[in-house]
Design a protein around this ligand. Sequence first.
Ligand code: GRF
Length: 200
Amino acid sequence: MKRVALLISGGGSNMETLVRDMTGDHPARPVLVVSNVPGAGGLAKSQALGIKTAVVDHKPFKGDRAGFEGALQDVLEQARPDIICLAGFMRILTERFVSQWEGRILNIHPSLLPKYKGLNTHARAIDAGDREAGCSVHQVTADLDDGPVLGQARVPVLPNDTPDSLAARVLAQEHLLYPAVLRRFASGDTTPVRLPAPKG
Ligand code: GRF
């Protein structure tokens, strides 16, 4: 049974979806939820789900990224995760940290990578006149939003979409994609997940 730690910064809807999926014959179980933001909504959700939580506030480490990551590493090592899922985690992780977990750390990004790495993905897709948008789950490497893609979900961009309406449509797909990818990844299968599933 694989042990999964989940990192959040906010509401944790992706974390919650992943935790709720890790039951029965799922090859993994959640062992810890860590937030870099004290009082993040996802912490209460985790506690309601009976998952151990921790907070590593990045603010006291202002400008000391290595110090923050060292504290994060200590908390993670105690939980002995086999897999780390970044789920709405909004800190950039350095090569030093990632190298200790490379190959075992996933992230969900709200764009069809390699398009729109970084922030404001939905506004950028709309401004570019894209007819399609979506989300990607990828392995985390030292380069931001750049690792091997393990799954993608596509949604239409509608003529009157705003960044918020597109974000809501994509988020619904994130909640389908990430659990599907984690199930495969935890069973050792890195065949990419494609949603909607190809016909036939
Ligand atoms: C989502 O848009 C996700 O793509 C990004 O963070 C946002 C919030 O996610 N990574 P959550 O509700 O905190 O899981």
